[in-house]
Each structure stands twice: as C-alpha cells, then as structure tokens.
Design a protein around this ligand. Structure first.
Ligand code: NAD
Ligand code: MG
Length: 402
C-alpha cells in the first residue's frame, strides 16, 4: 500500500531531493502535504506535479498562493498557515512519513509534533535535535515514532551500526554492542586550506560554493566554518546515545566515505557513495528495505585517493565550541545553535566577517547562564536569549563593520 508523505521545507534543497526520490516511486509514496516559507512559484510547481492535499505557507502568502492555485485549477488543495499549519500538517492523521527539512530552529515544533504523532520522521533538520536532544528522543520513544537520520553522515553511521542499535536502551551515553568509536567525516568545506588572514576576507558567495555538495545557504556557511560538523557531533551523540568522547571528526575532502563506525575487534565499517542526498533520503524512506534513488553507483576506479586529516581547531574554532556545548549539556547546544543562526544571517547580510561567526557564538555561550533543559519552554527561552545576546554583540562589538 502506498505511504503518504508530508515534506516540511519542500522548496529547499533537501525538499527538492526528496521529491526527486518520491517521483521515482509513485506506486509506493503519495505526497500528502508540502510546506514553504517563500518561493511560492516553486511551491506551485510542486503542487502541479504532485497534487498534495495540503500546502502550508506564512499568512502573508496565503492569498497569493490561493490565487495561483486557482489559476492552475488546483483550488482543491487546502492552504494552512504559519507554525500552526506546519504542526497540523506534520501530525495529520492521514500522514505516514514526515520529512523534517525546514532549516534552523523554525523546524523544532513541527518536527516534534511529527514525533509526538508517532510518525516515521526522516530527520534532516539537525538544528531541531541539537536544541531539544533528550526531549525529542524521549518523545520518539514514548510515542513510538521512528526517527531516522537523513544527514548523510548520520545515515552512514546508522547503516554501519548493528540493525537494532537505535532501539536499544540508552545507557549513560556509553557505546554498545562492540562499538568503540564513531568517525564523523567532514569535507572541510571550501576554505579547508585557507589561512586565518584569508578567512577574514572571504565573501558569502565563496562560502556558499561548496566543493562537493549543493545545499541551502545556511548549511553551506556552517560547512565552511565547520559549525555544521559541530552541530552534527551533537546530533550524533543524541541519535546514537553516545558521549562526544567517542565521536572523532575526520576531514575527508573527497566526501566519498560518509562516516565510519569502529568496533572493539578492530573492524572499521564505512558507508560510501557519490555525494548526493537522494541516497540517504531513499534509505531513510525505505528502511529496513531498499529502493532505487536517482544517483549513479559509485565508480570506485575513478577515486584513486581517499584522504583523511585531523581538523585544524585553530582556524575552525566552531568545532571546539560545539564539543564544549555538548559537554556542558542542558541549554548550551540550544544557545550555540541560536547564536550561530544569528551570526550566519549577519555574515550573509555582510554585516560581520566570516571569522566573527564563532566569536558571536562564543560570546553568547559565555553571556547566558546554561541551565538544565528539562522542558521545551526552557529551551525556547534559551534560544530567544541567545539570539538577543548575539544581536547585541554584533551591534556593539561589530557595529562598525556593517
Ligand atoms: P534550504 O534553505 O534549501 O531549505 C529550507 C526549507 O525550509 C525551505 O523549504 C524553506 O522555505 C523552509 N523554511 C525556511 N525558513 C522557514 C521558516 N521560518 N518556517 C518554515 N519554513 C521555513 O535548506 P536545506 O539545505 O534544504 O536544509 C534543510 C535542513 O536539512 C537543514 O536543517 C540542514 O542542516 C539539513 N541538511 C541539509 C543538507 C543538504 O544537503 N542541503 C544535508 C544534511 C542536512
Ligand atoms: Mg551532513
């Protein structure tokens, strides 16, 4: 029987890749709901092709979308608005699978709603898990949601772990079943070999031009600062119930190995493939089965060299900030994430230089008291305070650079 899919963030890079995979399997999957924050023309094109039942946009775009849908004889599509609409779509009783592909903290409540509704949740929106870690996993357990990693590294780790690993009890963040270490790979981004002086003058356009992956702007900048790897370190700790101590970041510039798992007997398992998000998306959609994805099989003969290096923490301090935030626990990861979102937006708006991004995050982490994160309100308050602190730092310390 066909499964129904809700795509949160359908117009984004992950959303589009998801639609590409779904288009290959019309007999297996039906698109039930799609959401977008902007780019209405693209949303309408998606509606024309996939004929979902629900489309969600911000209130200010509702009338415009209604007009366009009518023009295309698609007025039967129900339009919902804002966060309430996202939550309704993500938890809709008719929906089986939710692709969580909104970028940033904006995805937290809709993703959590999908988890609480017991859906199969394909998690691309790493910021949501970084912010709410234990709460999200507890909710998944309580409501029997299946939280499957779409982030390529976590999907790779998941593929290299024992089959039942996610279902095992969480034991004080200790590795289980003979696992000894997770090797989280990173391409190193477009500035891997730049000096600190060179990093000071890089532009948003340079930062968004990733050597191996084509992605949204925010994650592209995060990949360039290595904050993306820092967020992924936290994501891995939560998803696989493992302390950061057992997660090693490895720079692997070719992005052919998407991460590795090491075992106590000396085995190292790696998942390899062409760098295309359609592979982890197809894997998470079909797991424990396999479906085809529009990605060419890896030609191993065309990859003569696979390199591995230690990350340079001097030039990429974001990685250390994230590791410390995971070690601190509580609201620290939410503060890290919120300050980073503000700093990345300021860099993209050319208000701060690239090298100020980790400075803004560091300031916010030091400026706000870190507390335990037992409930969502505490996390959302920490998010708000961190955004304010980051804005304040940018305005006062970096004001002259606008
Ligand atoms: P993107 O910027 O291309 O797309 C983001 C989507 O979220 C769009 O559909 C946009 O309309 C929607 N959106 C943005 N702000 C919103 C808001 N305030 N409210 C509701 N919707 C909003 O981003 P992306 O590259 O597709 O990344 C999406 C998520 O997936 C991110 O969390 C990212 O870290 C993660 N991810 C992406 C990739 C990748 O290759 N692009 C890989 C791994 C993980
Ligand atoms: Mg990744």
């Amino acid at each position: 029987m066909s499964q129904t899919v809700c795509i949160l963030g359908a117009t984004g890079s992950i959303g589009q890749s998801t639609l590409k995979v779904l288009a290959e399997h019309p007999e297996k999957y039906t698109v039930y709901a799609v959401t977008a924050n902007s780019r209405i023309d693209e949303l309408v094109a998606i509606c024309k092709q996939f004929k979902p039942k629900i489309a969600v946009v911000p209130t200010e775009l509702v009338d415009h979308l209604a007009q366009l849908l009518k023009q295309h004889q698609l007025q039967q599509i129900e339009i919902l608005a804002d966060e309430a609409g996202l939550i309704a779509a993500a938890s809709h009783p008719e929906v089986d699978v939710v692709m969580a592909a909104i970028v940033g903290a904006a995805g937290l409540l809709p993703t959590l709603a999908a988890v609480k509704a017991g859906k199969r949740v394909l998690l691309a929106n790493k910021e949501a898990l970084v912010m709410s870690g234990d709460i999200m996993l507890q909710a998944a357990r309580q409501h029997q949601a299946l939280l499957l990693p779409v982030d390529s590294e976590h999907n790779a780790i998941f593929q290299c772990l024992p089959q039942n690993y996610l279902q095992l009890e969480r034991e004080n963040y200790q590795p289980k079943q003979g696992v000894s270490q997770i090797l989280l790979t990173a391409s190193g981004g477009p500035f891997l070999n730049f000096s600190i002086e060179q990093l000071q003058t890089v532009t948003p356009a340079q930062a968004c031009k990733h050597p191996n992956w084509s992605m949204g702007q925010k994650i592209s900048v995060d990949s360039a600062t290595l904050m993306n790897k820092g967020l992924e370190l936290i994501e891995a700790c939560h998803l696989f119930s493992i302390s950061e101590h057992f997660v090693t970041v490895v720079i692997h510039p070719q992005s052919i190995i998407h991460s590795m798992v090491q075992y106590v007997d000396g085995s190292t398992l790696a998942q390899m493939g062409n760098p295309d998000m359609c592979t982890p998306i197809a894997h998470a959609l079909a797991w424990p089965n396999r479906i085809s994805a529009p990605v060419p099989t890896l030609d191993v003969f065309s990859h003569q060299h696979l390199n591995f290096e230690q990350p340079d923490l001097q030039r990429f301090p974001a990685l250390t900030l994230a590791r410390q935030a995971m070690r601190s626990g509580g609201t620290a990861p939410a503060i890290l994430n919120a300050a980073n979102e503000i700093a990345v937006a300021a860099f993209l708006a050319q208000k701060i230089p690239f090298t100020a991004i980790p400075e803004v995050v560091d300031f916010s982490l030091n400026h706000i008291a870190i507390t335990s994160a037992d409930d969502l309100d505490t996390i959302l308050d920490a998010d708000t305070s961190a955004r304010r602190a980051a804005q304040q730092y940018i305005a006062t310390q970096r004001g002259g650079l606008a």
